[in-house]
Design a protein around this ligand. Structure first.
Ligand code: HEM
Ligand code: HEM
Length: 137
């Protein structure tokens, strides 16, 4: 199972980050070019980060780098700490922010500002805790 979920989580990360960036850009341009299309893009972004959440939570409990690797020793090393603690925790917070932004934007006539603020915050948190060295290395 680990052999399937790890690569899916790794490849879907491209789509998730791409769609969140696109959501922010579409929300910025929503007044002129995009009108209501930003809602659709933001919805696809939300779905993809929720799938990442589900895959990530599963991975956390089956990966040798996740929960089973939590210890005092792990905390001393910045890379093992990133995978066992910082990436999961920070990304859950980021996904909660993105979910709140999407939910609030739906209630408004022009919800693009909510998308802009919450998705940008979420994106910054996500980007701050990606294990870049293994992902791209
Ligand atoms: C949009 C949200 C997320 C994105 C974009 C993302 C992205 C990534 C990326 C790029 C990697 C490295 C993959 C590789 O080296 O090939 C990774 C690994 C990992 N992620 Fe996430 N992630 C997200 C959410 C989560 C969440 C919410 C959790 C847990 C609650 C999680 C748990 C993990 C774990 C445990 C690993 C290490 C797996 C291993 O190498 O054994 N991720 N993630
Ligand atoms: C651990 C797994 C998951 C949790 C905890 C979770 C939680 C949530 C929460 C709290 C909302 C917000 C509802 C609101 O707007 O008030 C939501 C919305 C949504 N989720 Fe998830 N979700 C998960 C997995 C998934 C998956 C796997 C998918 C898709 C395959 C998904 C698709 C959606 C969609 C489409 C919406 C928004 C519907 C809308 O408001 O238009 N979620 N989810």
């Amino acid at each position: 199972m680990y052999g399937y979920i790890q690569p899916i989580h790794s490849y879907l990360a491209w789509l998730a980050l791409g769609l969140i960036v696109l959501s922010v850009v579409a929300a910025m341009l929503s007044k002129s070019v995009f009108k209501d299309t930003y809602r659709k893009i933001a919805k696809f972004g939300l779905i993809t980060v929720h799938i990442q959440l589900l895959l990530g939570l599963t991975l956390y409990f089956i990966s040798p780098m996740g929960f089973s690797n939590l210890s005092g020793e792990t905390m001393k090393d910045s890379f093992t700490r990133l995978l066992a603690l910082e990436h999961p925790l920070m990304n859950i917070i980021a996904i909660i922010l993105i979910t709140i932004g999407h939910s609030q934007s739906k209630k408004l006539d022009d919800g693009s500002k909510k998308i802009l603020i919450f998705y940008t915050l979420g994106l910054v948190l996500l980007l701050s805790r990606i294990p870049w060295s293994t992902w791209l290395g």
